[in-house]
Design a protein around this ligand. Structure first.
Ligand code: ZN
Length: 449
């Protein structure tokens, strides 16, 4: 049993040490100005590639991707607002959030009153820089603390943005962990946010640690990790991989995994797929306080994977969902907004949900007429009369329910016994030749051995 559990998923302390191993990754990525295209994404993916093998794809600007078009590439070298003395009152080099992402170039002298139309602050959080983007509207702007804005004296200011919007590429990275089957599990995390930690560096870190772990032993299913910009990145990936989507059994969108709120799983569009069932089972039993959310067509890249033309079995794992924690999309989303314990727990939950879905076989009892003699096969204690052990109860449940229509997760849910115990029982029964995989599943995949 312990062997199954260890093979199945790491314990919390192992996840904590894996989290510490990817902490420097988040620290290296934090200062970089990322957006949906540009050198920041490229540089970030190169750093991720120091941890796991990544295949980088570059998709030219102007490429049609379903109803969208890959945008011009945006790069920026400097941006500031200076007062009449030349002092920078807002400086992109001090914090990347000071510049509205995808700002067009500008070099103008403007009165403060004119400049205000291009300034964004949060009056109710006066010491916080907001995060703003203008990807698809040619515009420019700066974000600053409201306390700084309120203190600006009237006068003329110099607004300068050294940016380029030019034909280039959208960049994404993929890491494939090959398994016994060519069928794939898709793990997606967005990589387009500048200088914020919970959203989106924790997603990158957990995905990286998960890929490292899965690569240690050959999984049954293949795992494809996609690190791409939000929305346009998943749309572009789907457009370029439409013919391969049939290989995807299920998947998870990962992000916002380090804040101190409870784990939150958002169901796929159908809501009853294997990943949904696995997440519900794992979170209810092993992660007290975790929440389940129904699908809604709002959020992160699950919107694209769960669009009706794909309708993939892809759920989303976060802690507090987007928009529901005070530091969201602002300079307050720094390293103080997350905890190593929370990141480690998120990693453990993600792995356990994926492993459970991966091992969720459906079996057939080969001795279905009355109970087979388990004692004679060494599967039951020789002395009867004591209370039933859980492992023995699990054997009876697997035998009783394995008629080719109930999966191991169905059995775990119905019996109230956690999945690894049910899986261990199934393996014992397989070894004793009392069960075999249900015919529709007896394909190239391994059995439960
Ligand atoms: Zn975000």
């Amino acid at each position: 049993m312990n062997q199954v559990r260890q093979q199945f998923s790491r314990d919390y302390l192992q996840c904590l040490s894996a989290t510490r191993a990817v902490w420097p990754l988040m620290e290296s990525l934090f200062p970089i100005c990322r957006s949906i295209t540009g050198e920041g994404v490229r540089q970030s993916l190169r750093i991720v590639a120091e941890y796991i093998p990544l295949r980088i794809s570059e998709v030219p600007s102007g490429t049609p991707v379903f109803d969208w078009t890959v945008p011009p590439e945006w790069n920026v070298t400097d941006a500031f607002i200076a007062d009449a003395t030349g002092r920078r009152v807002v400086d992109f080099k001090a914090h990347t959030l000071h510049l509205v992402s995808y700002s067009t170039p500008v070099d103008e002298l403007m009165a403060l009153e004119q400049l205000r139309a291009h300034l964004h602050s949060l009056p109710d959080r006066p010491n916080t820089i907001p995060y703003r983007t203008s990807y698809y509207d040619a515009n420019w702007g700066f974000c600053l603390k409201d306390s700084v804005l309120q203190a600006l004296p009237a006068g003329v200011y110099h607004a300068r943005i050294d940016s380029t919007l030019a034909p280039g590429h959208l960049t994404y990275g993929e890491c494939l962990i090959e398994g016994d089957s060519a069928d794939e599990v898709l793990i997606f995390t967005h990589v387009c946010h500048p200088s914020m930690v919970n959203d989106n560096l924790t997603g990158v870190a957990v995905a990286t640690a998960l890929a490292q772990e899965l690569a240690k032993t050959r999984p049954r299913l293949s795992y494809r990790f996609v690190f791409a910009p939000g929305t346009i990145g998943s749309i572009t990936w789907l457009a370029r991989n439409e013919s391969r989507v049939k290989l995807i059994r299920h998947g998870l969108v990962l992000g916002l995994l380090g804040d101190r709120g409870p784990l939150t799983y958002k169901r796929s569009r159908d809501g009853n797929t294997v990943i949904d069932q696995s997440a519900a089972h794992v979170l209810a039993r092993s992660f007290p306080g975790a929440r389940l959310m129904d699908f809604e067509p709002y959020g992160y890249d699950e919107r694209q994977f769960c669009s009706p033309g794909f309708n993939l079995a892809v759920g989303r794992l976060t802690r507090t969902p987007n928009g529901q924690y005070p530091e969201y999309h602002s300079s307050d989303d720094d390293f103080s907004a997350i905890g190593a314990e929370e990141v480690a727990q998120s990693l453990q939950a993600a792995e356990c949900i994926l492993r459970t879905a991966e091992w969720n076989d459906t079996l057939v009892n080969l001795q279905p007429k009355c109970e087979p003699r388990l004692g004679a096969r060494g599967l039951y204690r020789p002395v009867g009369g004591g209370s039933l052990q859980q492992s023995e109860s699990a054997l009876l449940w697997v035998l009783n329910q394995s008629d080719g229509t109930h999966s191991l997760l169905d059995i775990a849910d119905r019996s109230g016994i956690e999945f690894p115990v049910i899986l261990a029982a199934a393996r014992s029964l397989f070894d004793a030749k009392l069960v075999r995989p249900a015919p529709q599943l007896a394909d190239a995949r391994r059995g439960v051995q």
